[in-house]
Write a protein that binds this ligand. Sequence first.
Ligand SMILES: [Zn+2]
Length: 403
Amino acid sequence: MSTPTTPLDTTTSTLVTRIAALVTNDHHSSEAAEDTPLGLIRDAAVVIEGDRIAWVGAESEAPATDSRVDAGGRAMIPGFVDSHSHLLFGGDRTEEFGARMSGRPYSAGGIRTTVEATRRTTDEQLAANLARHVREALRQGTTTLETKSGYGLTTEDEARALRIADDHVDEVTYLGAHVVPPEYAGDPDGYVDLVTGPMLAACARYARWVDVFCERGAFDGDQARAVLTAGIAHGLVPRVHAGQLGPGPGVRLAVELDAASADHCTHLTDADVDALAGSRTVATLLPGCEFSTRSPYPDARRLLDAGVTVALSTDCNPGSSYTSSMPFCVAVAVREMGMTPDEAVWSATAGGAAALRRIDIGRITPGARADLVLLDAPSHVHLAYRPGVPLVAAVWQRGTRVL
Ligand SMILES: [Zn+2]
């Protein structure tokens, strides 16, 4: 038996039609009457060509294409951009979560439990665990993921984590400065020397970003500055874990070093908010973390009203936020953090893209990557209105239907 002939030109065009509400995140395409950052088009259609979006507009004006998909009067949004996760880990922390829900508070020290488990994990197990979580996120509409090292904390373990990450996700971050590992407990500055020296030299080739956990119990302002400036000298772009457990120097350091993002931002001074507002550093809020540590939520409203660009992300990790669900983060941000449904959806898509300094994702506009999520709902508002309900009906990633 012969196999069917493959056409020479494999670029085909697909029209997705009968989209009741299309979130483009292109405010130029917004209908005049609608006050929203989402660039909403009603009764819309989208043309996918290869891995890109070729055309967006009113259904009545859609061009002819090779094939056609009927959205059935449902809503479509850009694929979620999850700009903050920690998915290179072994084991889990079920017991710690149970204990915390029985009254024990969260501290940065729990990370060391995962470090021990991760060091015992083989490359194959680490890769399989990452792939499983990437797939889990995809099923919930996440088409771009950032993930970090930070549970190896030796040169070898950090480098292998990043090498594996580089094979599975779009955006890779070096977080050797997650916590000081037990073997450096008496010499934290010695550990900073390792992170900014041999470990960085081994890791930089696999990563685009350098990150540091600037927090009481982790790294102070001077140590964080040393980590970030060393990363910058190796061509990495900074992002910072700042203001999770209490106010500190992290946010202003992020702004000073033109970091792409300051992440957590739960505890902010007025000076922190002003610094963010006057910068291009995105504030990435991680509601899964406050949910899972039973902590007060960050005040998104305060940031938005000050003019700060806000992203939403899962912080998916086995300790403080073991969710890979961006729809969950949207729902919590709306219910608990003062965001409107439109703002939360924007922050989970275009906001995440801004936190990764990307303009090819997080939007449905001609030329952007064809990462699309069809919802089993007539409106994107249902992401907040129907919490916990699996609303993702179909996902296209780089123009290919993957779900
Ligand atoms: Zn984190």
